[in-house]
Structures are given as structure tokens and as C-alpha cells.
Design a protein around this ligand. Structure first.
Ligand SMILES: NC(=O)c1ccc[n+]([C@@H]2O[C@H](COP(=O)([O-])OP(=O)(O)OC[C@H]3O[C@@H](n4cnc5c(N)ncnc54)[C@H](O)[C@@H]3O)[C@@H](O)[C@H]2O)c1
Length: 447
């Protein structure tokens, strides 16, 4: 790559990383539900209530000045049990909280003009439409990672947030973590010397036992047609449903888009880059060939960023990852290596002639609750109209990196990315895999 092209990529990425101009969200194209001022209570709706959506809601409700007035889920059992949980949680609040309105169709929830902002906690194949429609309806959005299941959807979400002037916070909550930010500042300080490799990984002990099960009847109370939504039609199978949808390409991208976006996001931020030149990935269902999922339990992806390499490693069903950590990021410099995970970070200096080449920092522990800081930042940005810590652009950039890795894996070869075009170089097969193909009656939104 030429020096000037490298410089362009780096400066474009610095802008996207928030080091540049765009710190305020654009003015709304048309009026939203209402402008939320400093003393207003923010009124929330939750779409997708089971696991992470609920974790986000409980986190945000611990902050003052926020209330949940609507819940939506396509599984009525989940919906009613979360409605009961919410009522219990807010029972002692003064003034008394209104009872949340319950919905099975997120479009009806979005029609509710009293709602200022929504949390989107649905599976990955259901992130794009609720986010785009929420932006159109003038609501701010906290959307889970990865922001979408295809590159095409990621770009539409960025376009919608900007066109309608909405605050969109993505659930990569490391962005609000104090120990992550301290470590990334250290990386950028130059104290590690020239960084030639960043390792990122997730070795997760779960997922060992996941035998195939026959297709079966749709559980009572589940609107399965809507759960499938834009994904291809197929009979109901318990394995492909709540939680474990992660192992199936129609809805998600395996460990790469589950944990990869969290860890690779930190690598991109530390190195102030957004897009690789090329990626090669190798893997398969090597650990558990009989696992019912489609996504690989084992994969290594190597990203070429021109001046350094980024390595992603995933292993489902084993926990002894690099540096004996289940997940993490290691910035490997000429003078030392900084290793970080969700609990702590440390610097392992290189040694020469019996001397450390850089400071040997003692272990720096995590302090505080990173998710809480992230949901607080979302609330603050709803009022200030500042860009949140994990803007939709940041969410798009890392989701694109993860998607490129999975596309290289699927094609079993090296793929070359043109960051300016946002497309693979002379590669129709790879470019086809960036596209979203929605099942009728759902349509990819036009922004
Ligand atoms: N940030 C994090 O640390 C973190 C952690 C876990 C999960 N996640 C992300 O959160 C998302 C959800 O994961 P999960 O584990 O909570 O999944 P889950 O399957 O446990 O819950 C998803 C819920 O969404 C509901 N749903 C599906 N389609 C819907 C629709 N069209 N309208 C309304 N509700 C719908 C389901 O019925 C279910 O209740 C995923 O994208 C995942 O990657 C993020």
C-alpha cells in the first residue's frame, strides 16, 4: 500500500474514532417524539426483552431520570415475565411509575409518541429494521452489538442515524470502561514502542454440548414468523431460537460477531484504525464436529493493516486462551506487550541485557461497572445531543471487520478490502456476501 493511501486510511479512522470533528449528532431532519431537556425524565421502550435487552434496561433504570413505559417481545412468555419483573423493580418508585404498555410488534411500539428512546435487544438479524424505523420515528436508540448481520445493513443504520439526527449508542460497553480507556491511552502513548501485532481472542468454555434436535412445534405464545422476520423461512427448531441463534448464519456470525466485535473494537480504538487491507481466516468445527451449530468452534483470522497485523482467535468449549485468559486483547510492541481483559490490564516489558525496555506496570484492576457507565452515557447524550462513546459509526466499523473475517472464512481464501469504496476489491463473490436478502414481506429500508 502506498504511503499516501496509508495516511488517508489512518486519518479517516482517526475521525471515525472520535478524534476529529463529529462529536455532535446532526440536527433532526424532522421533529422526533419530543426534544428531551435536562430535567425531563427519559421515557424508554425495550424491544427484545429476554437476556441482554433486559440487562441493558435494568442497568439504565438504576440511573435517575429514566422510566420504562413500553416492552415488546415476540415471545409472550418472555414479555409477561419481564413485565412482572419490571413492575417489581419499580414498585417503590416515587412518583409511581406508569404500567408499561406491552407490544408484540415493534412497529406499534415505535408509533407511541411518548417514547423518547428504545433499546434494541433482539438477535442480530433483527437489529437493522427496528433501529432504522426508530430513527425515522424520531427516537434515540441503544442497539446491541454487532449492529447488524450484514455490511449492507450496517451502512443503512449509519445513514438513518445521520439522516434523522438520532443518538445511537452501540452495546460495546468497553468503550465506557475506565480501565479500558486507561489502557488504550497507554497503548497510544508510544511506551510499548512500535506495535507490530495486536492479538484479540475469545476462548469460551460453553457450547460443548449442543446436539442436533428435530424440528418441532412452535412454543405456545411465540410469534415465530416475526421472530424469523427477514431471515429465510424454515420450520421451528429449538436450537436456532433464544440465545443459541448465535451459532447460525441466518441470524448471527458465531463467536466472531459475538465476542469478536467487543475485542476487535478495542484493538481498532487503540491503534486508531478502522479498516484492514486484507483478511485471511481458517477454521472449522474441529473441537466438536457433532455440534448442531453452523459457525466454526475454531477459527484464526489474520488482518493486514499495512503497518501491523491483527489476529483474531476463537475457540468454543475451551477456556485457556493466550496469556491464560478466556478473552482479551494484547498489543505487542518492540518494548513490551500490554494485555487487557474485562477485569484488568498489565504491561509485560521486553528484557534486554537484564534490563526492562519499558516500565513494568503492576496489574491495573477494573474499577466500577462499565455497562452502567455506558448506559449513563447514552442517557446523557439523549439530552446533550453529543455523540455517544460507541457511536453507530464505531459499531459499523467493527461489525464490518467481523463480517470481513467471516466472509474470508466462508470463502476459504484471502479477501482484499477497499475502505474508500466500502467493498471488496474486484471480488463479486465476496461482495455478494455483504448484501442483505430480506424475506417478504420485510423489505430492506431505504434511507
Ligand atoms: N453487549 C453485550 O455484552 C452482549 C451480551 C449478550 C448479548 N448481546 C447481544 O444482544 C442481542 C440479544 O442477545 P440475547 O442473548 O439477549 O438473545 P435472546 O435470544 O436471549 O433474547 C432476544 C429476545 O428478542 C426477542 N425477539 C426476537 N425477535 C424480535 C422482534 N422482532 N421483536 C421483538 N422481540 C424480538 C426474542 O423473543 C427474545 O426474547 C444479540 O445481538 C447479542 O449479540 C450483547
Amino acid at each position: 500500500m502506498s504511503v499516501s493511501r496509508r495516511k488517508f486510511l489512518r486519518s479517516a479512522s482517526q475521525l471515525a474514532a472520535g478524534a476529529g470533528l463529529a462529536t455532535v449528532v446532526p440536527e433532526p431532519l424532522r421533529a422526533g417524539s419530543r426534544a428531551v431537556s435536562a430535567n425531563d425524565t427519559v421515557r424508554l421502550g425495550l424491544i427484545g426483552c429476554k437476556n441482554m435487552g433486559w440487562a441493558n434496561l435494568t442497568s439504565i433504570l438504576r440511573h435517575p431520570g429514566v422510566s420504562c413505559i413500553a416492552l415488546c417481545d415476540v415471545d409472550r412468555t418472555v414479555l409477561h415475565s419481564r413485565a412482572a419483573d419490571l413492575a417489581k423493580m419499580t414498585a417503590n418508585r416515587l412518583p409511581a411509575e406508569p404500567k408499561a404498555t406491552l407490544y408484540g410488534d415493534f412497529r406499534k411500539l415505535l408509533d407511541n409518541k411518548d417514547i423518547d428512546a428504545v433499546i434494541v435487544g433482539t438477535p442480530d438479524h433483527w437489529h437493522c429494521l427496528p433501529t432504522v424505523y426508530a430513527c425515522e420515528a424520531g427516537k434515540d436508540v441503544y442497539v446491541e452489538k454487532p449492529i447488524a448481520n450484514t455490511i449492507e445493513e450496517c451502512n443503512l443504520m449509519v445513514a438513518a442515524a445521520n439522516r434523522y439526527g438520532r443518538v445511537v449508542q452501540v452495546g460495546q460497553w468497553q468503550r465506557s470502561g475506565a480501565h479500558w480507556n486507561a489502557a488504550l491511552d497507554y497503548v497510544r502513548s508510544g511506551k510499548l514502542g512500535r506495535i507490530r501485532t495486536v492479538k484479540t481472542w475469545a476462548f469460551m468454555p460453553y457450547g460443548k454440548q449442543f446436539p442436533p434436535v428435530p424440528d418441532g412445534p412452535v412454543p405456545a405464545g411465540v410469534d415465530y414468523e416475526t421472530w424469523l422476520g427477514p431471515a429465510p423461512q424454515r420450520p421451528f427448531n429449538q436450537n436456532r431460537f433464544h440465545g443459541s441463534f448465535r451459532y447460525f448464519w441466518d441470524y448471527a456470525g458465531g463467536l466472531m460477531t459475538d465476542w469478536g466485535v467487543h475485542m476487535i473494537d478495542m484493538a481498532l480504538s487503540g491503534m486508531r484504525v478502522t479498516a484492514p487491507r486484507s483478511v485471511v481466516a481458517v477454521g472449522g468445527k474441529f473441537g466438536f464436529p457433532d455440534h448442531a451449530g453452523e459457525t466454526p468452534d475454531t477459527m484464526q483470522a489474520v488482518y493486514d493493516f499495512g503497518e501491523f497485523t491483527l489476529l483474531w482467535e476463537q475457540s468454543l468449549g475451551t477456556a485457556r486462551g493466550p496469556y491464560d485468559r478466556e478473552h482479551g486483547v494484547a498489543f505487542i510492541g518492540n518494548l513490551g506487550t500490554l494485555v487487557i481483559d474485562r477485569n484488568q490490564w498489565e504491561v509485560l516489558p521486553e528484557v534486554e541485557g537484564g534490563k526492562y525496555l519499558t516500565d513494568a506496570l503492576p496489574t491495573q484492576r477494573k474499577s466500577g461497572d462499565d455497562l452502567s457507565q455506558h448506559t449513563l452515557n447514552f442517557l446523557e447524550c439523549i439530552k446533550s445531543r453529543q455523540k455517544p462513546h460507541c457511536s453507530v459509526e464505531i459499531g459499523r466499523d467493527v461489525a464490518v471487520n467481523a463480517q470481513i473475517g467471516n466472509i474470508a472464512y466462508k470463502l476459504e481464501r484471502r479477501v482484499f478490502w477497499d475502505a474508500q469504496q466500502g467493498a471488496f476489491l474486484n471480488d463479486p463473490k465476496a461482495n455478494e456476501l455483504t448484501k442483505a436478502h430480506y424475506r417478504a414481506p420485510w423489505k430492506l429500508p431505504k434511507v
